[in-house]
Design a protein around this ligand. Structure first.
Ligand code: GLC
Length: 535
C-alpha cells in the first residue's frame, strides 16, 4: 500500500512539542506522552526534526553523531519506544537526515582539524586555500556572512550555513558509504522514512565558481534559462538519491524519502521525485504563493502537472520550523514578500485576519489531491511570536546578521497544551526555552477540544472528511466561477474559497459539510473556504 501518496504528515519539532523533565526543552518521552493527541487529530504520520547528539548551534541541524539521541531529548531506547508507540497507534514515523553538513563537533571534522591540508581527513569536507588573504570564493552563508571560515594553518572550510555546520564533500566515496550505513541504522530500527535536509545542496559545481546573487531563498532565480547557483540543485545529486532509493526498497513496507529542496521551477523539483528517486518533495512554491485566486490557481495547477509528469504525488505545505507561521504570514498585506521572521519593530500582522485566512487556506489545502504536511501548533491556530525579546533569540541567522534578520525563533515557540498550567502545559515547570506569548493561553489545546468552531475541531473535522471522501486520492477539476473565487471539485465534493470582498454564492443544491467560518445560507463570506456536497 502506497500510504504516502495521500498521507497527512505532522511535523514535530522536538525542542518545542512537549517537555517531560521540566528543563524547558521538549524531549522524546514528552512526545510519547502526547501521541494520543496526534492519533485523535487524525494524521497518518509524524516527521521529527533532529534529536541527535548536537551542540545545538542550529537547533539540532548540526549533527555530531547520526546514530544516537542527544541527552537533551532522551536516549536511543526512547527513540525505539517512540517508534513502537507511534506504530501501535497506526502512525508512521519519519526522521530527519542531515547529509549536507555535519556539526563541527562531529568526530570526522575534529579529525580534519587535527590533520594536514591535503589529508584524507580533510577530503571528507570542502577545504580550500584562500585567494590572497580572502576566502576561496564569494559565497555567502544562508544565515549571513561568509560561507568560509579560516583555520590557523591558513586553509578555509566551506559552510553554507553556520560555521558550526561544515559542508561534507559528496565526491568522496567514504561520505557516500557512511550515509548509506546511517540509512540502514534507522531503517533497521523501524522508521518509515527520512526527510532529507537541504537535499538540493550536497553536490557543488566542481569549480566552486563565484556567485554574486543572494543565497536566499535557497534556489535559483526560477525563470527559464536563468543561471543555476553553483551550490544548489546540481545534476549530480540525483545519483545519490537513486542509490538511497534502492536501499529503502530493499526493506519491507513502504519506506519513503522526502526532499527538502528549495528548487524552482516545479519541473526541476519534480526531478527529485522521479520513479527511482525520492517519493516526495516539499512544495515550497505553494507555501510562498500569495493569497489571491490567480496565484493559488496557477501554483496548484503547475504543481499537479509537474508531479503528474513523473508519476509522483503532489505535496502541500503552509508552515514549518523555517518560515513565519501561516496564521501570521497571511495577516500581512497581500504581496508582502515572505519574511524571514518578524521583529517587534516590523509592521505587525493583523492577527484576526491572519487566522481567518489561515483557516481558509488550510481547508483549501486539505481538499487537494496528494499528501499534506502540517506543522505542530497550526491545528491550534498558533501565530508567530513576533515580539520575542532580543536576548531570547537563538537562531544563528540573528547572530550572523547582527540582528538585521531576526530569523526563525518566532515559529518555534513551545506548544500550549493547557491554559492554566505552568508553561501552558508544555512541561511540568514554567521553563520554556523560548518565552511563550500571552496569546498562547486562549489557544491552548484544552480550550479548544470539544469547542464547536475552534481551529482544533476544524482540523479534526477536515481530516476526518478528507479520509472519508478519499480527497488525497482524488482528482481536481476546476469549476469556473465569477469574482475573486477559486472553486474545484474533488470526487463528490465541491470546494470553494472566496478571496474577494463580495459574498460568493454556492450553487443551488450544495449541502455544506464543513466551512472555515460560519456560513449562513449559500453566501460564502470573504476569506472563507467551504466544502460542500452537490445533491
Ligand atoms: C534546513 C532546515 C533548517 C536548517 C538548515 C540547515 O533548511 O530545515 O532548519 O537550518 O536546513 O541544516
Amino acid at each position: 500500500m502506497k500510504w504516502w501518496r495521500d498521507a497527512v504528515i505532522y511535523q514535530i519539532y522536538p525542542r518545542s512539542f512537549a517537555d517531560s523533565d521540566g528543563d524547558g526543552i521538549g524531549d522524546l518521552p514528552g512526545i510519547i506522552g502526547r501521541l494520543d493527541h496526534l492519533a485523535a487529530l487524525g494524521v497518518d504520520a509524524v516527521w521529527l526534526s533532529p534529536f541527535y547528539p548536537s551542540p545545538q548551534a542550529d537547533a539540532g541541524y548540526d549533527v555530531a553523531d547520526y546514530r544516537s539521541v542527544d541527552p537533551l531529548f532522551g536516549r536511543l531506547a526512547d527513540a525505539d519506544e517512540l517508534i513502537a508507540s507511534a506504530h501501535a497507534r497506526g502512525l508512521r514515523v519519519i526522521v530527519d537526515l542531515v547529509p549536507n553538513h555535519t556539526s563541527s563537533q562531529h568526530v570526522w571534522f575534529q579529525e580534519a582539524l587535527a590533520a594536514a591540508p591535503g589529508s584524507r581527513e580533510r577530503d571528507r569536507y570542502v577545504f580550500r586555500d584562500g585567494r590572497g588573504d580572502g576566502p576561496p570564493n564569494s559565497w555567502q552563508s544562508v544565515f549571513g556572512g561568509d560561507a568560509w571560515t579560516r583555520l590557523p594553518d591558513g586553509q578555509w572550510y566551506l559552510h553554507l550555513f553556520d560555521a558550526g555546520q561544515p559542508d561534507l564533500n559528496w565526491d568522496n566515496p567514504e561520505v557516500r558509504a557512511e550515509f548509506e550505513d546511517i540509512l540502514r541504522f534507522w531503517l533497521d530500527r523501524g522508521v518509515d522514512g527520512f526527510r532529507v535536509d537541504v537535499a538540493h545542496g550536497l553536490v557543488k559545481q566542481a569549480d566552486l565558481a563565484d556567485w554574486h546573487l543572494p543565497m536566499m531563498p535557497l534556489t535559483g532565480p526560477g525563470a527559464e534559462g536563468a543561471p543555476r547557483p553553483p551550490m544548489w540543485d546540481q545534476d549530480g545529486v540525483h545519483e545519490i538519491y537513486r542509490r538511497w532509493r534502492k536501499i529503502l526498497d530493499s526493506y519491507e513496507g513502504e519506506r519513503i524519502l522526502v526532499a527538502e529542496a528549495w528548487v524552482q521551477p516545479a519541473e526541476r523539483l519534480a526531478a527529485y521525485v522521479r520513479p527511482d528517486e525520492m517519493h516526495q518533495a516539499f512544495n515550497f512554491e505553494y507555501l510562498e504563493a500569495s493569497w489571491t485566486p490567480a496565484d493559488q490557481h496557477s501554483v496548484i495547477s503547475r504543481s499537479l502537472a509537474a508531479s503528474a509528469a513523473v508519476g509522483a504525488p503532489t505535496t502541500w505545505v503552509l508552515s514549518n520550523h523555517d518560515v513565519v507561521r501561516h496564521a501570521s504570514r497571511l495577516g500581512l498585506p497581500v504581496g508582502t514578500p515572505r519574511p524571514n521572521g518578524i521583529a517587534a519593530g516590523d509592521p505587525q500582522p493583523d492577527a484576526g485576519l491572519g487566522l481567518r485566512r489561515a483557516r481558509a487556506a488550510t481547508l483549501l489545502m486539505l481538499a487537494l489531491p496528494g499528501s499534506a504536511y502540517l506543522y505542530q501548533g497550526e491545528e491550534l491556530g498558533l501565530p508567530e511570536h513576533t515580539t520575542l525579546p532580543a536576548e531570547a533569540r537563538q537562531d544563528p541567522t540573528w547572530f550572523r546578521t547582527d540582528g538585521a534578520s531576526v530569523g526563525r525563533d518566532g515559529c518555534r515557540v513551545p506548544i500550549p497544551w493547557e491554559a492554566d498550567a505552568p508553561s501552558y502545559g508544555f512541561g511540568p515547570t514554567d521553563r520554556s526555552w523560548l518565552p511563550q506569548p500571552a496569546a498562547f493561553g486562549e489557544l491552548a489545546l484544552d480550550r479548544q477540544v470539544g469547542v464547536p468552531g475552534s481551529t482544533y475541531e476544524l482540523y479534526v473535522a477536515a481530516l476526518r472528511l478528507r479520509r472519508a471522501h478519499a480527497l488525497g486520492h482524488g482528482e481536481l477539476t476546476w469549476v469556473p466561477t465569477p469574482g475573486e473565487v477559486l472553486s474545484f471539485t474533488n470526487g463528490d465534493l465541491l470546494v470553494l474559497t472566496n478571496f474577494g470582498p463580495v459574498p460568493a454564492e454556492l450553487p443551488a443544491g450544495a449541502e455544506i459539510l464543513l466551512s472555515s467560518e460560519p456560513v449562513a445560507g449559500r453566501e460564502v463570506p470573504t476569506d472563507v473556504t467551504v466544502w460542500a456536497r452537490l445533491t
